[in-house]
Design a protein around this ligand. Structure first.
Ligand code: GUN
Ligand code: ZN
Length: 425
C-alpha cells in the first residue's frame, strides 16, 4: 500500500481549508485513500516534500475539438462560433485528426492537474469515440459526449436526430461506465443549434438511460434575443424546460443573463451551473451574478470552457471567478474557489467519492511545487490559485494511478502536452 509523505492542502468547506505541513497519505490497492493525516513518524514509500498534494481538479465544462483554437480572439460568441469554432470542428469529420487532438486534449487535462471533467465533443460520433479512447488510455475521469446539432450551423456540422440519437446510444453501450471512470452525456449544444424535436429526443434518451445532460444557457445578449425569438419563448430557460432538459442531472454553462424568475426555476429544478468566468471575459459575454445563484443554493462548478476560455488550468479559472465576484461587489473567501475547483465541482457532478484527500475518497491527486517558505494554508491557497506564474502540477494521479509526470514528460523531450504528446502517441 503506497505511503506518500508530502505537505497537504485539502478543501474542508466552501469557507475553509485543511493544511498539513507534514502529512502521510496511504493509498490502498484499489486506489482509494486508506488514511490521510499528519505524518505518523513511520516509513513512507516516497517523500514528496516540499511538494504539496491537493485533490485533482474538476473542470465541469470544456470542449475537446476546440483545443487547437485556444486563444482565438474573434468574439463575441456568435462571431467566434462562425469564424473560429465551426470551421475547426468541421475538421473532426476526419477520425485521424480527432484521434490526434483527443490524445493531446487528454494530456493537457492531466498536465493541468484535472482528474475529472465534463467535455463536449464535435457533432461527429467517431470523434467522440476517439475522445473516449484517449480519456480511457490516459486514465482520466470524464462525463463526455458529442454535441447534438441539427440546425443553425454549416451543413457539415449538422446531424439529424434519427442519426445522432442512435449513434449516441451506441456510444452509451460502448463507453458508459467504462472502468468506473467514464460516462456518456447528452449534449444538445445550445438552443440555436437544435430543433425542438432533437432536444425532445435527447431529453428522452437521457431520462431512459440515466445520463447527464449538458448545454449552454444565456451566455450572450444577442444569443438570448435570437433564441427567444426563434422559439417564441418567454425566456431562454423555457426553451429547455419545454422539451424536458432541465432537471437535477443537467449542467448549464454560463447562465449570466438570466432573469430572477429563471434563477428561481433553475434552482427549483436542481440544475447545476458551470461557471466559466475566463470565457465570459474573453468573449465579452458579461459577468456572472453570483449572488443570485448563492441566494438560491444553486450548485456550482468551475469550467475552463476551453477554448473560449484561455487555459486548461482550473486554478486560473478560480482566479477569474474571484475577480468576477469582486466586480459583482462580493467578497468570497479564496477557500470558496479551492472548494469549487475540487470537492464542490465533484459534488456538482454527482461524484461524492471524489474531490478531497480524506480516508474513503478515491485517490485523485495533484502534486504542486510550492516554495518552501509557504507554511500556512492561506499562503498555499494564495500561491495555488492566484499566482499565475506558478508552474503547472508536477504529477497527477487518478484512483492512485499516475496519469501525468511533468518531469518524465520533459525528460522525454516533451514541451507542451498539446503538441508533443499528441504527436508522439
Ligand atoms: N454556445 C454554443 N456553442 C458554444 C461553444 O462552443 N462555446 C461557448 N462558449 N458557447 C457556446
Ligand atoms: Zn462551452
Amino acid at each position: 500500500m503506497p505511503r506518500l509523505r508530502a505537505r497537504l492542502l485539502d478543501p474542508a468547506s466552501p469557507a475553509a481549508t485543511t493544511w498539513l505541513p507534514d502529512a502521510l497519505v496511504e493509498i490502498d490497492p484499489l486506489g482509494r485513500i486508506a488514511a490521510a493525516g499528519p505524518w505518523d513518524g513511520g516509513p513512507c514509500d516516497e517523500d514528496l516534500r516540499p511538494g504539496v498534494l491537493t485533490p485533482g481538479f474538476v473542470d465541469v465544462h470544456l470542449h475537446y475539438p476546440q483545443t487547437r483554437i485556444l486563444g482565438s480572439a474573434s468574439g463575441p460568441l456568435l462571431d467566434w462560433l462562425r469564424t473560429s469554432t465551426f470551421p475547426e470542428e468541421t475538421a473532426f469529420a476526419d477520425p485521424a485528426h480527432a484521434a490526434s487532438v483527443a490524445t493531446a486534449f487528454a494530456a493537457a487535462l492531466a498536465a493541468a492537474g484535472t482528474t475529472l471533467c465534463q467535455a463536449y465533443g464535435s457533432v461527429h460520433p467517431a470523434a467522440a469515440e476517439a475522445l473516449f479512447q484517449a480519456l480511457a488510455d490516459r486514465g482520466l475521469r470524464a462525463i463526455a459526449g458529442p454535441v447534438l446539432m441539427d440546425q443553425g450551423a454549416p451543413a457539415a456540422l449538422l446531424l439529424p436526430a434519427d442519426r445522432a440519437l442512435p449513434a449516441l446510444e451506441a456510444l452509451v453501450e460502448r463507453w458508459h461506465g467504462h472502468d468506473g471512470r467514464l460516462q456518456v452525456a447528452v449534449i444538445p449544444r445550445f438552443a440555436l443549434s437544435c430543433t425542438p424535436a432533437l432536444m425532445e429526443g435527447a431529453a428522452a434518451l437521457a431520462r431512459r438511460r440515466g445520463l447527464w445532460v449538458a448545454t449552454h444557457l444565456s451566455e450572450n445578449p444577442a444569443e438570448c434575443r435570437e433564441t427567444t425569438a426563434m422559439f417564441g419563448a418567454r425566456d431562454y430557460l423555457e426553451v429547455y424546460e419545454e422539451v424536458g432538459l432541465v432537471h437535477d442531472r443537467t449542467v448549464l454553462a454560463h447562465c449570466i443573463h438570466l432573469s430572477p424568475g429563471e434563477w428561481d426555476r433553475l434552482a427549483a429544478a436542481g440544475a447545476v451551473v458551470a461557471h466559466c468566468p475566463d470565457s465570459n471575459d474573453f468573449l465579452g459575454s458579461g459577468g456572472m451574478p453570483l449572488a443570485e445563484l448563492d441566494a438560491r443554493g444553486v450548485q456550482l462548478g468551475l469550467g475552463t470552457d476551453v477554448a473560449a476560455g484561455r487555459s486548461f488550468r482550473v486554478p486560473r479559472i478560480a482566479s477569474s471567478a474571484h475577480d468576477n465576484a469582486l466586480r459583482q461587489g462580493l467578497r468570497p473567501p479564496p477557500a470558496r474557489w479551492f472548494w469549487q475547483a475540487t470537492r464542490g465541482g465533484a459534488l456538482a457532478l454527482g461524484q461524492a467519492h471524489l474531490g478531497s484527500v480524506r480516508a474513503g475518497m478515491d485517490a485523485d491527486l495533484a502534486l504542486h511545487d510550492l516554495p518552501t517558505w509557504v507554511d500556512t494554508g492561506d499562503q498555499a491557497l494564495s500561491w495555488l490559485l492566484f499566482h499565475h506564474d506558478a508552474p503547472a502540477p508536477r504529477r497527477t494521479w487518478v484512483r492512485g494511478r499516475l496519469v501525468w509526470d511533468r518531469q518524465a514528460h520533459a525528460a522525454a523531450g516533451g514541451v507542451f502536452p498539446w503538441d508533443e504528446v499528441g504527436e508522439r502517441s
